[in-house]
Design a protein around this ligand. Structure first.
Ligand SMILES: Cc1ncc(COP(=O)(O)O)c(C=O)c1O
Length: 362
């Protein structure tokens, strides 16, 4: 019998690595409880789905799937380079922005190195750091936001990467431009700051920082965006990063040659050209947000105002998540009494609030 554990003996952290917990799939709940019509508000997807242009591009692209995709994702990179007014050698495309986080860890972290992140924040930063045998340095949020002064103060000679999730998942909060500028000015130049902006297209606060301008001024930063959220393409897996040329070159060396499939490349390129769909998605999100705030206020539920497409709230009653599941509504359970609900279509929001009201009465 092969003993995998003996091969892995040197990798100390892997066995204790917690697995990423994704939102429960609709089909799984339907199977478990023998129900239909389940509403999923757990993974912050776009309830409207993708743009019709992206759907048409998927159909066209499907005719060419006997061939390998363009390893260089030329057309998508060109489109992104135009959008951000950068050269295309500053753009990396990933199989979701998740992949770019993994590539950053692979390219930059060695055992003994440190990567810093907030808590609670997107769990993949910590998991990826641990998987690379490096050390995560976790700094608690302060008043629901990244505590940038504490993060800057916690930098050591081993710090290689600092992840700033902006807006932060799961709290939906942002760090504003002034604070970020001050933070960047305090850091040594040999640390990479990763701005994970998966939800940036939903932000309405005018003080949201422009990472592309930090980059243009020569800061050691990369910012990550995704097609999984407002562009409604989570299933095809495509995200991107824009950063310094030298870093992008390194990331290209550690990625798989065909990391982004041809359907994803063409759908994403088409999605970028449909501003109307983005606007419509944003408007629906704003409407859902206001509705949730009103309902939470009425039920005296404490929540954090959001700049994203989900709301973080707290309910000390322990069984809220399970009770909602039994009523066919999947949200996200977090640490302690915290929960996160994605902003869905109006009818989905009604279902959620109705189920929540019934749960409170129990
Ligand atoms: C903050 C954050 N970053 C990155 C991702 C990953 O997105 P992708 O689907 O592009 O891998 C997510 C997904 O939920 C996220 O919440």
């Amino acid at each position: 019998m092969i003993k995998i554990s003996s091969i892995f003996a040197g990798h100390v952290t892997l066995k204790s690595l917690p697995a990423y917990i994704p939102g429960k799939p609709i089909e799984e709940l339907e199977r478990e409880f023998g129900m239909t019509g389940v509403v999923k508000l757990a993974s912050n997807e776009n309830p409207l789905g993708p743009s019709l242009l992206a759907m048409a591009a998927l159909t066209t692209a499907s005719r060419g799937i006997a061939r390998y995709p363009d390893s260089n994702a030329f057309l998508l990179k060109e489109a992104l380079a135009r959008k951000w007014n950068v050269k295309s050698n500053r753009v990396i495309i990933g199989n979701g922005s998740d992949e770019i986080i993994a590539l950053l860890a692979r390219a930059l972290l060695a055992p003994g190195d440190e990567a810093m992140m907030a808590d609670p924040s997107f769990s993949i930063y910590r998991l990826t750091t641990l998987a690379g045998n490096a050390t995560p340095i976790v700094i608690p949020l302060k008043d629901g936001r990244h505590d940038l002064s504490r993060m800057a103060a916690a930098v050591t000679q081993r710090t290689k990467i600092i992840f700033i999730c902006n807006p932060n998942n799961p709290t939906g909060t942002i760090v504003r431009r002034r604070k970020v500028e001050e933070f960047l000015s305090r850091l040594p130049k040999n640390i990479l700051v990763v701005f994970d902006e998966a939800y940036a297209e939903y932000v309405t606060d005018p003080e949201f920082p422009r990472s592309d301008l930090f980059l243009k001024k020569g800061a050691c930063v990369i910012f990550l965006r995704t097609f999984s959220k407002i562009y409604g393409l989570a299933g095809v897996r495509v995200g991107y990063g824009i950063g310094p040329e030298e870093l992008i070159d390194l990331l290209n060396r550690v990625r798989q040659p065909f990391n982004v499939n041809s359907l994803a490349q063409q759908a994403a390129t088409a999605a970028l050209s449909d501003d109307a769909h983005v606007k419509k998605s944003l408007a629906l999100n704003e409407k859902g947000k206001r509705y949730l705030y009103r309902q939470f206020d009425a039920m005296r539920i404490s929540y954090l105002p959001t700049e994203a497409n989900f709301v973080y709230f707290e309910m000390p009653k322990k069984n809220v998540y399970d009770s909602l599941l039994r009523k066919g509504v999947i949200i996200r359970r977090l640490e302690g009494a915290s929960l996160r609900v994605s902003i869905g279509k109006t009818s989905e929001m009604w279902r959620f609030i109705h189920a929540l009201r019934e749960t409170i009465k129990l």
